[in-house]
Design a protein around this ligand. Sequence first.
Ligand SMILES: [Zn+2]
Length: 384
Amino acid sequence: MIRWLVAMLFAANLAAAQVAVDPERTSISDGWWTLEVAVGLDQITPYRVFTLDEPRRLIIDVEGASFGDLDASTLLSGDRAAAVRFGPLRPGWSRMVVDLAEPLMIAQASMTAVGDGVDLTIVLERATPESFAANAGAPPDPGWDVITGFDPKVAQELAQSEDFVVVIDPGHGGIDSGAVRGGIKESDLMLLMATELAVMLKAQDGVQAVLTRDQDIFVPLSARMTLAREVSADLLISLHADALEEDDARGAAVYTLSVGGGSAAAQRSVERHERGDLLAGVDLDAADDRIATALMDLARAETGPEARRIADALVASMQGQGVLLNSNPRREGQFTVLTAADFPSILIEAGFLSNAQDRAVLATPEGRARIARAIRDTVVLLAR
Ligand SMILES: [Zn+2]
């Protein structure tokens, strides 16, 4: 059995190549005792293959490839794979996640020449739940989950600057699109809002703004926090837009970290916004619960009251700008991005993508600008 496989090529000219994926040669099918995954590529390229437990998934990362031409509904045949999704992961890399219906371990993974291209073939064999669990886990690569698109020099300059540094965190991205309603992806809309907000904030004296992602890539929650810490953030603002099954919920709301467990509704909202790490195959086992709890305690004591004051001021400011607020605009929840102890953080629900009117407002520059102006006015007061 293979625990994981990382095939890297150390040729600079290959690393930046655009790799075409052939849908005709790409399939996920049951063998007699196996699950067989084939990805048809037009050239050899670096890749990583591994499995994750709880839930059981096969993860395939391919450099330079876009899975955009694949159709998830026709890729699967057989019963051993339950679902598949794919999308951009980080700059230059795409990921495919195959949900496994039973414990299956990687028996073979290889790239072989086929005509003008290559086939990446992965064969998985049945395993016991115990052996699957023992062999699951991402390859040890400390640099992998760290954002690579961000210039360390810029981070250092921001960390040393006297300015008020706002980290804007557009929710989701890449393989994790967040809510999708009426043709609008939460990940795209939040990136647009974040970009517009950054322009507005940077125009203020003594204010700097930086984004946790500036393109359609997947950034794990932990990496977003790491970036905020690297630039010595004075405030982190995470941007989301929720979607519910029913379409009557409307309006913007501002979350801070809940002091207690938070309401059941808030917990469901956290799950909706944070399942991306799970969907995208982030190895959550790597997180240290003990440290997380200690950080939460600190957050409550030090940055908690400050974040709550900022959130209250922002809600008032949004009202002044004519932003339609939710009937319960000040909320609390246990969002990962709100747990930092070294800077205050808030999470803004810009509106509900499940509501057609909210969607229409957020689709216009003026609708987004109202929220951005409210944030700007709140930040300017803080930066003084
Ligand atoms: Zn979200």
